[in-house]
Design a protein around this ligand. Structure first.
Ligand SMILES: [Zn+2]
Length: 568
């Protein structure tokens, strides 16, 4: 392809709303163009790279035995009511009406549609196992779309769904997808970290996320310095710190704390460090009030709380509910004398002398011992893990990292197959329910994550496997006929071998061409100049290396091909 015949408009500066390196580079290198908030057009260069990521995904899905289908993005509301997820996801979905005033949604995911497909297409155990996949556009009404393709309103995903006769068989399907994901990301040149993850609105039993470590990542994760334990912060557990039990002969003493509501305010006022306070939070669990206690210097992890209570739906209690169950306004709740279930973090199980809200306006209680002065229904690990906590597996130190989630595999179980009656007749003719798994890869997000992980001050550094062009052919002086003739020969020969070549045939200064080649991140740069040809050579430089090589003209094509085959 000749530069003058395609559409590449590189920019010196990134637009103001581009905050992270990959977003800036995608715009500057003319891969994508913004249409509106969270909406992007793929320009020819970006689309070429995207298609290569898609091809890798498709090849590995096919290799793993998954069957490609294509489901509608436009879905009737009824199937979302049937699964009960319309209410769960409603604010995050684009909802529209057709001319008959029927409500439809633009699919943010396809569990409902695929389970309906399986319910109607699969009848016998002989048809199982089956894994279906598609590469398709998804829609999410993001509150704050940002970071380019990382959090867009419209994006491309590969989603796959497995159906099996049993939980054991479902494990095999899960593992097959897990292994395929490892291969996909490796082929995309991405280093990923696999972490245990929360299942959230998807439901199901366990799941893993494939994370690309990056400071700009929106997900927090914890990894152990001593073993392989790694988990999303939503999920991460900690070993409960060992401490000596405390006691005091003194009894709870009311202290007037006028207007002091937050941990910081109370801590400063009572001259107690935050870990000497116990935070009392009032929630509604499936609509019923509960109290949750965590050490004053820690934050509650709602995901862990919801899971500990058997997958309840949690809501922070409103001011009225708090006044009703505690008898005091917000900010003065405490566990002493509460008549609702009280759940506390495991760290509080070892008695410690602490201060708590008194359930009286403008008042706290000092010298409280939880085991003596209050009744706790149950202790669980409930706080958000932080750097320095102990690993739940080996006790060594946990480190905090940021990551970009590019893939997610879930073992779903029978949540959807039960609802949609997706089952089969077993060998004895009895009706059974299929066990499901679901597996997603953010295809457009993966493309951007590759850039986030692989760039330098000069631009993108594409891995060969997904680079829009593998070779950038530069003729510094297009007035030199011999250089142009050799370059055109080169272009023709390499393209005939199936190599993607971009020939910079612009009438531009050499410096501009070299700068653009670096910005575009094309892995192999071949320079044909009057000077190199005088020695019968061309100059070949890899984007990943500083050194140039002078290669005899006759060997140049073979040399480039050997780099592409991974031999050089
Ligand atoms: Zn560990």
């Amino acid at each position: 392809m000749r530069w003058t015949q395609t559409l590449i408009s590189t920019l010196r500066d990134a637009p103001q709303d581009a905050e992270i390196p990959s977003h800036k580079l995608m715009i500057r290198a003319s891969l994508i163009m913004k249409l509106g908030g969270g909406l992007y057009t793929f320009l020819p260069l970006g689309l070429k790279a995207l298609r290569k990521v898609e091809r890798i995904v498709r090849e590995e899905m096919d290799r793993a035995g998954a069957l490609e289908v294509l489901m509608p993005a436009l879905q009737p509301r009824e199937i979302w009511d049937q699964s009960g997820r319309y209410e769960v996801l409603r604010d995050g979905m684009f909802k529209i009406r057709d001319r008959q005033d029927r409500e439809m949604v633009l699919g943010p995911t396809h569990e409902e549609v695929i389970t309906d497909l399986a319910a109607r297409q699969i009848n016998s155990y002989r048809q199982l196992p089956k894994t279906f996949y598609q590469i398709q556009t998804k829609f999410r009404d993001e509150i704050r779309p940002r970071f380019g393709l990382m959090r867009a309103k419209e994006f491309s995903m590969k989603d796959a769904y497995s159906f099996d006769v049993s939980w054991e068989a479902a494990d095999a399907s899960y593992q097959a997808m897990y292994d395929a994901y490892v291969r996909i990301f490796a082929r995309c040149g991405l280093a990923t970290k696999v972490v245990e993850a929360d299942t959230g609105a998807m439901g199901g039993n366990f799941s893993h996320e494939f994370m690309v470590l990056a400071d700009a990542g929106e997900d927090g994760l914890a990894e152990c310095e001593g073993c392989t334990y790694a988990a999303n912060l939503e999920r991460a557990e900690r070993a409960t710190p060992a401490r000596d039990p405390e006691t005091t002969p003194q009894h709870p003493e009311a202290v007037v704390t006028p207007g002091k509501k937050t941990i910081e305010e109370v801590s400063a006022f009572l001259k107690l460090t935050p870990d000497r306070l116990i935070k009392t939070l009032i929630y509604l669990a499936n609509g019923k009030p509960i109290a949750v206690l965590v050490p004053g210097d820690r934050d509650l992890n709602e995901h862990k709380l919801a899971r500990a209570l058997g997958g309840v739906t949690l809501q922070m209690a409103d001011d009225q509910t708090i006044a009703k169950v505690t008898g005091a306004p917000v900010g003065f709740s405490g566990p002493v004398g509460l008549k609702i279930p009280v759940y506390a973090d495991l760290d509080l199980k070892t008695p410690r002398v602490a201060a708590v809200g008194a359930n009286v306006a403008d008042t706290h209680l000092r010298n409280v011992l939880l085991n003596r002065d209050a009744s706790v229904t149950e202790f669980y690990d409930l706080v958000i893990v932080r750097e320095g906590d102990a690993c739940p597996r080996c006790g060594k130190r946990l480190r905090e990292k940021r990551g970009i989630e590019v893939g997610h595999v879930f073992k779903l179980g029978t949540k959807y197959s039960k609802t949609f009656d997706a089952g089969y007749l077993d060998a004895d003719g009895n009706r059974q329910i299929s066990v499901m798994g679901c597996y997603g890869i953010g295809v457009t997000r993966t493309l951007q994550a590759i850039i986030e992980q692989s760039h330098d001050a000069n631009g993108i550094i594409w891995p060969l496997s997904v680079a829009p062009y593998q070779v950038c052919l530069v003729v510094p002086n297009t007035q030199h006929a011999e250089s142009v003739r050799v370059a055109e020969d080169f272009l023709k020969t390499l393209e005939a071998q199936g190599v993607d070549v971009l020939f910079d045939d612009r009438d531009e200064r050499p410096g501009v061409k070299f700068k653009d080649a670096d910005l575009l991140g094309i892995p192999i740069r071949v320079v044909v100049s009057e000077r190199s040809l005088a020695d019968g050579k061309v100059e070949i430089k890899l984007r990943t290396e500083a050194d140039k090589k002078m290669i005899p003209l006759a060997d140049a094509v073979a040399f480039v091909e050997s780099i592409i085959r991974g031999e050089k």
